[in-house]
Write a protein that binds this ligand. Structure first.
Ligand SMILES: *[C@@H]1O[C@H](CO)[C@@H](O)[C@H](O)[C@H]1NC(C)=O
Ligand SMILES: *[C@@H]1O[C@H](CO)[C@@H](O)[C@H](O)[C@H]1NC(C)=O
Length: 424
């Protein structure tokens, strides 16, 4: 008895505290949201070994806000509401979910700010009224599933939308015009790896977009005239875009990938700035000489980690001096002529240039120091085959299989581009 008395006092105190704060702890999830979660689970299921929904037990007395995986709640207008919903575990070894996304389920969660669907095999449409019914959404990420149909136009009504990622699905149709022009807060727009067609819509002057990725679709037409100046990351690779490249704002760009389109004309000098350290323009129809950039864009030179790929175009003129510091440089399969600048040779043998592909051009000389035995550092790849010279042996060891064939270009082709120059 004495033993009990010792503990009675603190125990009662503890209970009192618990009871007085219980309205918050015990607040139940709003009934509408509970029903919505029920509907969402009804049309989705774990793929065989998955266990995402194992915690979604509607018969258990626990509060879904604390017991259901992927559900986060907050008190909004004195009610406990679901504010984020992450469907799937997001673990890399998780098979994800199957089924469809219930529109009625999602629409019920009117305070939702984040909707995330992790990679899986979910099919069906994106709920078409999502932009009208879930007004508070800031993040929509429904990637790596099998969603079909078009991008709902209503998404352009989401005034707070910051991130939209619908990549790696089977979406078709055109990109709603307002998606680019009517979302004041959008920063990240990723529609890559779908079957979207038509032109890229024009962006609003006020757009603050930082990251735009529409690679691997079926987009066509010219580049938009109004790409946001705030962009840091731009990929439109592997589409059917054509026309000139004079509209890419480069001030803040660090990553640009326009490869595998049919863009043509010259490459503007404004794109050659070392701050744009990853530039992929290969496999287009670019022509003309590589322009010397304004010296002001070279406060820091190209250096470690930089990649420039201009391969498989129709570029001509001499190999430009100012790209000599690029770590991974592809200039192969163009119409470049003349001598490779000595600084390139130095950087390759110093190992600061790790990859230098110059094969399939009309180059006449790779000026190595005569008599000195030059050994390429480990891991450096140099390819010089099929030019207007007999390449040094070090210039053939790292050629890709696609550069096979004769080590030199037939003389009659060389005379056209290097009239008056001798070969060797
Ligand atoms: C759900 O909760 C109820 C009540 O706590 C329990 O009886 C039941 O076994 C649970 N179901 C599953 C699948 O865990
Ligand atoms: C690009 O070049 C290829 C090969 O020369 C040509 O067939 C194609 O018509 C060109 N496309 C454009 C849009 O200029």
């Amino acid at each position: 008895m004495a033993f009990r008395n010792i503990f009675r006092q603190p125990f009662t105190l503890f209970l009192t505290v618990l009871v007085s704060i219980s309205p918050t702890i015990q607040q139940q999830l709003a009934v509408g949201d509970l029903n919505a979660l029920h509907q969402i689970m009804y049309t989705l299921t774990d793929v065989k070994d998955g266990s995402f929904f194992s915690t979604w037990n509607f018969s258990s007395p626990g509060n879904p806000c604390y017991t259901f995986a992927g559900v986060t709640c907050a008190v909004v207008n004195r009610q406990l509401r679901v504010i984020t919903l992450c469907l799937g575990t997001g673990l890399s070894d998780s098979p994800g979910l199957a089924g469809t996304i219930s529109g009625d389920g999602i629409y019920g969660l009117t305070e939702l700010t984040q909707l995330i669907l992790y990679p899986g095999i979910v099919t069906g449409f994106i709920p078409s009224q999502i932009g009208r019914r879930n007004k508070n959404l800031r993040v929509i990420s429904l990637t790596n599933n099998r969603l079909t149909g078009t991008i709902p136009a209503s998404i352009s009504e989401l005034q707070n939308l910051h991130t939209l990622d619908l990549s790696h699905n089977k979406l078709t149709g055109v990109i709603p015009l307002a998606l680019a022009s009517a979302l004041p807060d959008i920063r990240v727009l990723v529609l890559a790896y779908n079957n979207l067609a038509g032109e890229i819509p024009e962006f609003s002057d006020e757009s603050q977009l930082i990251h735009l990725d529409m690679r691997n679709n079926k987009l066509s037409g010219n580049l938009p005239e109004t790409l946001p100046a705030t962009l840091r990351y731009l990929s439109l690779s592997s589409n059917g875009l054509w026309g000139p490249l004079n509209r890419v704002p480069s001030s803040y760009l660090v990553y640009l990938d326009l490869s595998m389109n049919q863009l043509s004309g010259p490459i503007p000098d404004s794109l050659f700035r070392p701050s744009l350290s990853s530039m992929y323009l290969q496999r287009n129809n670019f022509s003309g000489e590589v322009p010397a950039p304004p010296p002001s864009s070279f406060s820091v030179p190209y250096g470690p980690g930089s990649t420039v790929d201009l391969s498989h175009n129709f570029l001509s003129g001499e190999i430009p001096n100012f790209l000599d510091g690029v770590e991974t440089l592809f200039l192969n399969n163009n119409h470049f002529t003349g001598k490779v600048p000595e600084s390139y040779v130095g950087n390759v043998f110093a190992g600061t240039t790790r990859t230098l592909y110059l094969q399939h051009n009309y180059i006449t000389s790779f000026p190595m120091e005569k008599g000195k035995e030059m050994v390429l550092p480990d891991g450096v790849a140099l390819c010089l085959s099929y030019n207007c010279m007999v390449p040094p042996a070090v210039g053939l060891t790292a050629c890709p299989a696609s550069a096979g064939g004769p080590v030199s270009r037939p003389f009659r082709q060389c005379s056209v581009f290097n009239s008056g120059n001798s070969i060797g």
